[in-house]
Design a protein around this ligand. Structure first.
Ligand SMILES: C[S@@+](CC[C@H](N)C(=O)[O-])C[C@H]1O[C@@H](n2cnc3c(N)ncnc32)[C@H](O)[C@@H]1O
Length: 276
């Protein structure tokens, strides 16, 4: 069976790429690779009909410019194509995120992720910076929540850094299932994966919360996150741009969280706050 590869160039990249991915997923596209300037999406030839893209609303949104070309990929090349596009990532010299088919490196932390459709391979700036925070800070014996866990890459690293117990939560069923697989694949025994959102969190307490989601969800759910943090607890937030940092800081201040520091990469931010 052949696949058709769509190579989309997207301007501005976000949120258009995320919306595009979600819409294509609904239409039968089953694999995606984030690229520097957009998205590659794959659909089985038999599921593709000529007017299918007519139903992708983001393509007609005047706020975004999205162009694409296509090519047919024979099944025999499919894995190679995917492998070529998903290269291992090394963060801070001591953490490698790789797929099962990549060779192991010499890094202290070796994380194996089969991303399928979930976000979180370390290729995105936000995941990369959250990994930097986790590598830098003390996680030993800490009770951790990874909110919006995607592939659970951050929870997996937190457990490798000595944290436990850990909860990894994602609203998306695919991410929930993928996180369970990835936790097992990395021999993590302290991670509990759940499907849901902030409504799961009443009466819970964590020493550390990691939340790489997006600006609006963070602003909306900050009160709940803050209530779940123990005194002197730490929260790492990402998924928003530099221009929104003041807004995030202001909401954190309202919820009794004090700004500590932040990283910036490709205009994305990963910020650290502490509960007073
Ligand atoms: C930017 S990805 C981050 C994935 C991973 N934590 C990482 O750092 O690579 C955001 C994730 O949040 C999930 N998500 C979106 N809204 C959510 C919500 N209200 N509660 C929990 N998860 C949510 C999405 O399904 C997605 O997997």
């Amino acid at each position: 069976m052949n696949y058709i590869e769509f190579n989309f160039k997207v301007t501005p990249l976000q949120p258009a790429s995320d919306i595009l991915l979600a819409e294509l997923g609904e239409l039968g596209f089953d694999s995606f690779v984030e690229t520097e300037d957009g998205l590659q999406a794959y659909i089985l030839e038999e599921y593709y009909k000529e007017d299918l893209l007519k139903y992708v609303f983001v393509l007609n949104n005047p706020e975004f410019e999205i162009t694409y070309n296509t090519k047919t990929i024979e099944q025999v090349n499919w894995n190679a194509e995917w492998e070529k596009n998903f290269t291992p990532i090394v963060v801070s010299d001591n953490c490698r995120v790789r797929a099962p088919f990549h060779d192991k490196g010499n890094e202290e932390y070796d994380i194996i992720i089969e991303p399928k459709m979930s976000f979180g391979t370390g290729h995105h700036a936000t995941t990369h910076m959250m990994i930097q925070h986790i590598l830098k800070d003390d996680f030993i014996g800490k009770k951790v929540l990874d909110m919006g866990c995607g592939t659970a890459v951050l929870a997996i690293l937190a457990e490798m850094r000595g944290a436990g117990p850990l909860d990894a939560i994602d609203i998306d069923e695919w991410c929930y299932l993928n996180s369970i697989e990835n936790a097992e694949r990395n021999n993590c025994t302290k991670i509990t994966v759940e499907q849901g959102d902030a409504s799961l969190l009443s009466n819970r307490k964590y020493d550390i919360i990691i939340a790489n989601i997006n600006r609006n969800i963070l602003l909306n759910d900050m009160k709940t996150y803050a209530n779940c943090l123990s005194k002197d607890g730490v929260i790492y937030l990402s998924g928003f741009y530099e221009e929104d940092l003041d807004l995030i800081k202001s909401e954190c201040t309202n919820q009794g969280l004090t700004y500590v520091n932040h990283y910036v990469k490709d205009q994305w931010v990963a910020a650290k706050f502490i509960k007073d």
